[in-house]
Write a protein that binds this ligand. Structure first.
Ligand code: P6P
Length: 344
């Protein structure tokens, strides 16, 4: 008799997780269920984008001056419409919208806050490169009723859940509620996310580095020295590392989480705070990577300890295997210098 491996859906995983937390109301599982529906709707469009000519710029620019692609707009709308009526949220904020997104008056408000990047890496949509949805969930801090900007501007260590959906060769949800990191692969045949990667742990040190080297001339010395260190030969530390850069953060983070190593988007002389957003990209991925045993900083401070000042503020990001990020920080802080390499 062949025994089918236990099929664990995301719903079952959440409910079993909630049972482990007495006092859980099931509110959270309802929130995630609604969010997963939105991601399946996005997956359906992303997976057929090349067929229905949905690609191409929608002609609008988002508040960051990026050309908005039609799928960006579609994804943003899909998430808002899936989440606005369930009574789980008091307010939302999206990377695509300048201000917070209120719950319509006709719907009840709840105790959670959702921040999301509806379709990160969207500049790669036309090239069929993996892209992703990133989400971050907090408990509200305002007493009741309509949520506020303060509900959205909480430091990353206050997150109660975070994760991403990567739309790639297969579509995967990777999330944490503070009790480890778990991966679910979408079975298109039944439209369910099934547990495929339980308790993901990032290697404590890797041998891949991921950064846009096209920005080299603008990098501060610490970054230049760190990358040069990674390119030196030293078999005891698996150097030189391999360079891998997809230019789609969710895909680069997913590889880093599974294989180890470091992903960096440093600040530079043109953009001292780098390009990535604290609330929508750095905080959720930092929560995930720390839960998997890794580390995430801006080169000096732990990402999750940064007190946000504005909804769309940017931050330099060094994230991945703990030992790799620590070495990067030493170079960034001038505590480590390149050693003269013995002539080979
Ligand atoms: P660059 C995509 O636009 C994005 O926000 C991230 O997904 C990605 O890591 C980064 O920008 C790529 O930026 O400047 O290297 O093209």
């Amino acid at each position: 008799m062949s025994f089918q491996k236990k099929v664990i859906t995301i719903e079952r995983h959440i409910i079993e997780g909630e049972r482990a937390h007495p006092g859980a109301t099931g509110d959270f599982s309802g929130l995630l269920r609604d969010f997963m529906l939105a991601c399946k709707i996005i997956w359906r469009e992303v997976s057929k984008a090349g067929l229905v000519n949905i690609l191409g710029a929608a002609g609008k620019e988002n508040i960051h001056g990026d050309q908005v692609k039609k799928l960006d707009v579609f994804a943003d709308d899909a998430i808002y419409k899936a989440m606005d009526h369930g009574g789980h949220l008091c307010v939302m904020a999206s990377e695509e919208n300048e201000d917070v997104l209120h719950i319509p008056d006709k719907y009840p408000t709840g105790k959670y806050v959702l921040l999301y990047d509806p379709l990160d890496g969207s500049s790669n949509i036309d090239a069929n490169v993996s892209i992703g949805t990133i989400f971050s969930i907090y408990r509200r801090v305002s007493p009741s009723g309509k949520g506020t900007m303060q509900d959205c501007l909480q430091p990353g260590y206050k997150q109660v859940a975070a994760g991403y959906v990567v739309y790639g060769s297969s579509t995967m949800l990777v999330y944490t509620t503070g009790d480890g990191v778990h991966g679910f692969t979408l079975d298109p045949g039944i439209g369910e996310f099934l547990l495929s990667h339980e308790n993901i742990r990032i290697p404590k040190r890797g041998k891949i580095y991921s950064v846009n080297e096209g920005n080299y001339r603008y990098w501060f010395d610490g970054v230049k020295k760190y990358v040069k260190y990674l390119q030196e030969e030293d078999k005891t530390t698996n150097r030189p590392y391999s360079g891998r850069y997809i230019g789609s953060m969710v895909a680069d983070i997913h590889r880093t989480l599974l294989y180890g190593g470091i992903f960096m988007y440093p600040g530079d002389t043109r953009h001292p705070d780098g390009k990535l957003r604290l609330m929508y990209e750095a905080n959720p991925t930092a929560f995930l990577v720390e839960q998997a045993g890794g580390r995430a900083s801006n080169g000096n401070d732990r990402i999750l300890d940064i007190t946000p000042k504005s909804l769309h503020q940017k931050t330099p990001l060094f994230i991945g295997s703990a030992e790799d990020v620590c070495i990067a920080e030493e170079f960034m802080q001038g505590k480590r210098q390149l050693q003269p390499v013995a002539a080979s």
